[in-house]
Design a protein around this ligand. Structure first.
Ligand code: MIC
Ligand code: SF4
Length: 643
């Protein structure tokens, strides 16, 4: 029996475990990336581990999220990260150089290598055949220190692509189709592997759009084969030597096969407020729009931007629409400037932003009250844009640009514009915004620069014998980490200040959450299915930890968030009978008797509802390693103890 491509990549990096789906495997990590919103914490954790230099083949620290600099906080954090990078052997991608995933694909990604990043869209690298995964900051810190990264061995879904995309239908429509089929929880515990004849018709940026937004499926990662198209992309980046061919075995066995005929696809949109709430653009109707945002790690490649510029050339952005464009990297922006496409965008009335995440994470450009915003981004969770009642639709660059001119939601296949663009044979190679680390011999002399916004992270304690606390909060299905720990311009600058962040925790679900926690000093959260979907931010675990959350009991968890809870020493549990979820009311007094002994000895966990005088059986689906981490009170304690 042959191997899938994902299995081959895992096999070539396997450190521990057996590759049976569902069991834990430890993987050697070749490359890491961090971004600044999660990076400050990751480097504080790395510092706490006391490892002088990273042990990976390559580690890169990007600044791309917190670039607004409305106060000293961001700039201080940039300096802190820059000094850590210099000292510990990490490359530093300065603000303005672009979004981590776009830059990493252009300048550093290598087919066949493993990559983990403290950002959930790290699977973008799967577009060139990397095994690339999002992880919590602490997991990235451990990998930088030479430790393995642990995942539950995934199943594989094979997406068999045939045909060729029609004009005006794009890679974004492919991944929206997959989201429509699988939903935001359909990828949990799975690798989504793309193959079939249709793959040959997709360029690397198109593949990367698809693997990027595989994060919204909850998938462990997504991957494309590395072929001649990958080679041509790397050659254009001056990196042909980094190329190797990577294909699945011909007799590979997949757990599920999904057939998609690219030629049958039409433009799609994810309606407010979930990426899997997908409808054909042609059926949405001519809704009046207020804003269009083009960019983000999903759709900010040169190819995307050139198509947008071609649509805008010689036209005028509708007077009722604000169009903003954020190219994905310095390379993309520079090339747009050089070939005149930037002028076409500016001339039409586009507002050009720096190469960064920007509006995707609510860092500016919040829509007007109740505004309709079409975005080429990957997440449209309620409130994420910074305007609580805005309606965000996720679309392709083609749909976005055509609609910006029309002023109403428009199916681009009906516009009759010409969008044929020619891709250059080579890209501008200019790494002026990437700083190398100090040579090892000089590293000792580099001083880490801490700003006043950096506060120590919460102290964790080893697991108590029993947990007794109220059901401090009860929430429904598909709760995102944006619900748990919101981002946006007012909050994101405080990612290294957990006490300050804590006042915003769960604000959208229960405005009194933080106060209740402070009064009770301990709490248990009750959640529905796919709890913690979305980002990799470990703050969604560290802040609840700071507020005294001891356990989270749900119908099911999203992968990265569950790992972050374990790393923080918070016990993740699931209902053995999902109906028991309905029996608990917020405020009920709960007891997890003998939890320490039960976790230690891998015995069934029971939950006493003291208020209702009921008992429920819970699952604790943790590996032996994870149980040990929980007993020690989190990964940092565990790592120090076992170092
Ligand atoms: C996001 O898109 O939600 C983010 C901001 O990039 C996060 C990381 C973070 O919260 O810092 C992610 O996707 O992991
Ligand atoms: Fe940045 Fe948005 Fe991508 Fe997150 S999803 S890395 S905020 S561009």
């Amino acid at each position: 029996m042959g191997y899938t491509l994902g299995q081959k990549l895992i096999r070539s990096h396997l450190i521990s475990g057996d590759m049976t789906p569902g069991s834990e495997v430890g993987i050697r990590i070749d490359q890491t990336l961090t971004q600044d919103a999660t990076g400050t914490m990751a480097y504080l954790e790395f510092e706490a581990m006391g490892v002088p230099r990273v042990k990976t083949e390559l580690s890169v620290a990007y600044i791309d999220h917190n670039t607004l600099q409305t106060g000293f906080e961001n700039a201080d954090d940039h300096r802190f990260i820059a000094s850590c990078a210099k000292k510990h052997g990490i490359r530093f991608s300065r603000p303005g150089n672009g979004i981590c995933h776009q830059v990493h694909l252009e300048r550093f990604g290598i087919p066949g290598k493993t990559l983990i990043g403290s950002d959930s869209h790290t699977p973008t690298g799967g577009g060139i055949g990397m095994l690339a995964m999002g992880a919590g900051g602490l997991d990235v810190a451990v990998a930088m220190g030479g430790g393995a990264y642990y995942i539950t061995m995934p199943q594989t879904v094979f997406v068999n692509l045939t045909g060729k995309l029609p004009p005006f239908v794009s890679a974004k429509d492919v991944i929206l189709k997959v989201l429509q089929i699988l939903s935001v929880k359909g990828g949990v515990g799975k690798i989504i592997e793309y193959g079939g004849e249709g793959v040959k018709t997709l360029s690397v940026p198109e593949r990367a759009t698809i693997t990027n937004m595989g994060a919204e499926l909850g998938a462990t990662t997504s991957v494309f084969p590395s072929d001649e198209i990958t080679r041509a992309f790397l050659k254009a980046q001056g990196r042909e030597d980094d190329w190797t061919e990577l294909l699945p075995d011909e007799d590979a066995v997949y757990d599920r096969v999904i057939d998609i005929d690219l030629s049958s696809l039409t433009p799609l949109a994810a309606m407010p407020h979930m990426p899997d709430n997908v409808m054909p653009v042609s059926e949405i109707g001519k809704i009046k729009i207020d804003q269009v945002c083009i960019g983000s790690c999903t759709n900010s490649s040169l190819a995307d931007m050139l198509k947008v510029a071609k649509i805008l050339k010689g036209k005028k952005v509708h007077p009722d629409v604000s169009l903003v464009v954020a190219p994905g990297s310095m390379q993309v922006l520079n090339m747009l400037a050089q070939n005149g496409a930037l002028s076409d965008m500016i001339g039409a009335g586009a507002r050009i932003l720096e190469a960064a995440c920007g509006p995707c994470i609510g860092m500016g450009q919040s829509p007007n009250s109740g505004g309709v915003s079409l975005r080429t981004f990957n997440r449209n969770f309620e409130g994420r844009s910074g305007t609580a009642d805005a309606k965000i639709y996720l679309v392709s660059p083609e749909t976005a640009a055509v609609s910006a001119v029309a002023g109403v939601f428009t199916d681009p296949t009906t516009c009759g514009f010409d969008i044929s663009v020619e891709m250059p044979e080579s890209f501008i190679i200019n790494d002026n915004l990437i700083e190398p680390p100090a040579p090892a011999a000089e590293a000792d002399g580099v001083k880490i620069q801490y700003g006043p916004n950096i506060k120590p992270f919460p102290v964790t304690e080893s697991l108590a014998d029993d947990i007794r606390a109220k059901a401090i909060l009860k929430v429904g299905d598909n709760i995102t980490t944006d619900h748990i720990m919101p981002a946006g311009a007012k909050i994101l600058p405080y990612r290294s200040n957990i006490p300050y962040l804590s006042q915003f925790c769960f604000r959208q679900c229960d405005g009194n959450f933080a106060e209740n926690c402070k009064r009770e000093k301990a709490g248990i959260i009750i959640g529905g299915a796919n709890y913690g979907q979305g980002s990799s931010r470990e703050h969604a675990a560290l802040v609840p930890l700071y507020l005294g959350i001891k356990a989270v009991i749900t119908k099911s968890f999203a992968r990265i968030h569950c790992a972050n809870l374990v790393n923080a020493g918070i016990v993740p549990l699931t209902f053995s009978n999902p109906d028991d979820y309905g029996k608990i009311t917020q405020g009920d007094g709960l007891l997890l008797p003998g939890i320490r002994e039960r976790i230690k000895n891998n015995l069934p966990v029971v939950l006493n509802n003291i208020t209702k005088d009921e008992e429920y059986v819970l699952n604790c689906e943790l590996s032996e390693r994870q149980r040990a981490i929980i007993l020690d009170g989190g990964l940092l304690n565990y790592t120090k103890k076992n170092a």
